[in-house]
Ligand binder design. Structure first.
Ligand SMILES: [Zn+2]
Length: 260
């Protein structure tokens, strides 16, 4: 119950909130650096995250919001250093429900397992305000001392979606711009045309490993497949209510662990 850790290597681990439906379960990335650590995305904020992370490190932490959606920005307010793209500064600052895309069908499905989190209520769930303390934009470099990330602005899913690319290790932290699953371009602030451009850009990126906002990590070949499908008009989520119904009808447990 609470949070669990999937260790990728000595410097990178994935933290997940348990009891959250697996498509919505955000990957919270902890990247350890010589001078400071990064927490990339923060989940829904159902469980205190910072306290948990502090047990793992003594270095300062820079928390990054790859974008402002409710499943990524929930615990951002807990951190004193909060970085993201200025295009979503208003949503980070306000928090809330509709502003963080907790709206429409998303409020009608049981994203959170009532057996594990009986106190969670869809009617009152709201993301706490987490005004950015600094902006990250295309081309910016985050240098941790022993590894460095270049910021890629990857709009489409949302206007301020960013990725963090470690050029030396060919590793991309992609947020929701791309993950190994059905992609989402139907939020009110999504832009399908712009998303296609982002996909074409990612198609040319030499990333070997992609640590995404959802679903297990994947490699170059799979990234090309996901991009190809999207550009052909497939692999796009219709609506959350149908999706949730389909899973339940197949007899699958929507809250079960994914295979890593
Ligand atoms: Zn998102």
């Amino acid at each position: 119950m609470g949070l669990k850790k999937i260790k990728i290597d000595d410097g990178i681990s994935c933290i997940q909130e348990t009891g959250v439906a697996n498509f919505m379960r955000c990957n919270i990335w902890h990247v350890k650096g010589r001078d400071f650590d990064l927490i990339i995305d923060t989940g829904m904020g159902i469980n205190p995250l910072k306290e948990w992370v502090m047990k793992e490190t003594e270095r300062p932490i820079k928390a990054i919001g790859t974008h402002s959606h409710f499943d990524h920005a929930g615990s951002l307010h807990e951190f004193s250093c909060r970085l993201g793209h200025r295009a979503e500064a208003a949503a980070f600052a306000s928090g809330g429900r509709a502003e963080t895309m907790y709206r429409g069908g998303w409020t009608k499905i049981e994203i959170v397992n009532p057996n594990e989190h009986p106190d969670f209520a869809t009617e009152t769930f709201s993301v706490k305000p987490a005004p950015l303390t600094g902006y990250l934009d295309e081309g910016d470099i985050l240098d941790l001392g022993d590894r460095a990330f270049q910021i890629l602005h990857l709009p489409g899913h949302s206007p301020g979606s960013i990725g963090l690319y470690d050029i030396k290790n060919k590793t991309l932290f992609s947020g929701d711009a791309i993950y190994n699953g059905v992609l989402l371009d139907t939020h009110p602030h999504s832009d399908k045309k712009v998303y296609r451009e982002t996909m074409k850009r990612l198609q040319k990126l030499d990333a070997e490993v992609i640590h995404a906002g959802h679903e297990p990590s994947f490699g170059k070949k799979q990234m090309q497949k996901v991009i190809h499908k999207y550009l052909n008009g497939n692999n796009i989520m219709s609506d959350p209510v149908t999706w949730f119904k389909e899973i339940s009808q197949k007899g699958r447990d929507p809250y079960c662990d994914q295979h890593w």
